[in-house]
Design a protein around this ligand. Structure first.
Ligand code: NAD
Length: 360
């Protein structure tokens, strides 16, 4: 998958290094169980590059900065590469300042946001990431049917010395759009209530999100009469809304849309990230736990000791399901819905790439 995917992205215009970064991050999402943000995106990314919506080989530009913050323009580059660059700016600043904020605007699709929290955690930093998707209307507001926002993910990651990182990473819609795409392509079905159809019916059928494009190689989620629903009623909607305020308006990236515009806004991710250096926080005396890591580990044990709701069940903490699945899939392979695989092969064929070169 790495070889085939890298060849596809190189043919789409990326340098060998960028092509490798993109496919490793996409396949990495599959390994962690987020097939929605994995290789199923290959045909769509290639289409975006061809349409000029996502531009290969971009360097993130710092528009304005102070020691503790930067405003960064992603110049519509591939999010897998722009995300790395923006996070590295945040890591460098937090290391000198103790805390830093990076406001990223105009990034191509940033994929699985947990990647960015993990990159910061690998560098010893706690981080929080608020993300919106300008120009993507997918989610109906609480109490409404029309689309007014996107799936706007939220993520917090924390390194725990001597143990695994804790990473919370989710879309503020009940499911990420890509999960609807996976279900549409014959993969894991959606949970009940994930979709509101054009007539207001609540359903788990992904078809109303894509309309007539649902049967094509490039199902377009902007084309259907239905919408995704926010998780958690008014609370999830409120979080989804505030992602537009923080990642869209505050970064200068722009919100999902506005009244009176005849055209959909150009697609991009905005991301407001906050980085906290644990070393800088370590000096103050503590009442509980002799360090952040000790206190978190003790709390993890406390939470996991809760009586399971179902006989034989288990309480997990954020990041644990992804870590387990990664170990399992690295051992047994990466499952893909047949249609998703067929679409990747068709994309390769169109780009005159022979998959046999990569042993498939
Ligand atoms: P999800 O519903 O699978 O939730 C994932 C989170 O819940 C993880 O933190 C996971 O560790 C935790 N979790 C899952 N099961 C658990 C359990 N049983 N106990 C405890 N914790 C548990 O994720 P999602 O909402 O479908 O999002 C999928 C991915 O899509 C995310 O990586 C997100 O960043 C990405 N996304 C990206 C964009 C974008 O524009 N770039 C938009 C939306 C979503």
């Amino acid at each position: 998958m790495h070889g085939l995917g890298a060849a596809i992205f190189e043919a789409a215009g990326s340098s060998a290094k960028e092509a490798r970064t993109i496919i490793e991050r996409l396949a990495g999402a599959n390994l962690r169980g987020h097939d929605s943000h994995g290789v199923i995106r290959i045909p769509r990314y290639v289409q975006w590059a061809a349409d000029g919506l996502q531009v290969p080989n971009q360097t993130a530009e710092i528009l304005s900065e102070q020691p503790g913050f930067a405003i960064v323009d992603g110049r519509y580059g591939f999010g897998q590469s722009i995300g790395e660059q923006a996070v590295d700016i945040g890591i460098a600043k937090a290391r000198t300042q103790g805390v830093a904020m990076v406001a990223l605007r105009n990034s191509g699709h940033l994929g699985r946001i947990g990647d960015w929290a993990e990159r910061a955690a690998d560098a010893g930093l706690v981080s929080m990431h608020m993300v919106n998707v300008r120009g993507s209307l997918l989610v109906a507001p609480f109490g409404g049917v029309s689309r007014r926002s996107s799936t706007n993910p939220f993520c917090i990651g924390a390194p725990v010395a001597g143990a695994d990182h804790i990473v919370l990473d989710f879309a503020t819609s009940l499911v990420a759009e890509g999960k609807a795409l996976v279900a549409l392509k014959g993969g894991k079905p959606l949970p009940p209530g994930a979709i509101v159809a054009g007539d207001g019916t609540i359903t788990s059928d992904p078809a109303p999100l894509y309309g007539e494009t649902g049967n094509t190689i490039y199902p377009d989620p902007s084309q259907g009469p239905g919408a995704l629903r926010a998780f958690g009623d008014h609370k999830g909607f409120g979080m989804n809304f505030m992602m537009e305020v923080m990642a869209g308006a505050l970064t200068g990236s722009g919100t999902a849309g506005a009244l009176g515009e005849d055209q959909r806004r150009r697609f991009c991710n905005g991301m407001l990230s906050i980085y906290i250096d644990l070393d800088a926080m370590g000096g103050a005396p503590r009442e509980m736990g002799d360090s952040f890591a000790a206190e978190v580990l003790a709390y993890v044990d406390f939470v996991k000791s809760a009586t399971p709701a179902e006989a034989g069940g288990e309480v997990l903490v954020p990041g644990e399901p992804e870590r387990r699945l990664k170990a399992e899939r690295e051992a047994t392979g990466l499952p893909l819905a047949p249609q998703a695989w067929a679409d990747i092969l068709a994309t390769a064929e169109r780009m005159k790439i022979d998959p046999a070169r990569f042993g498939v």
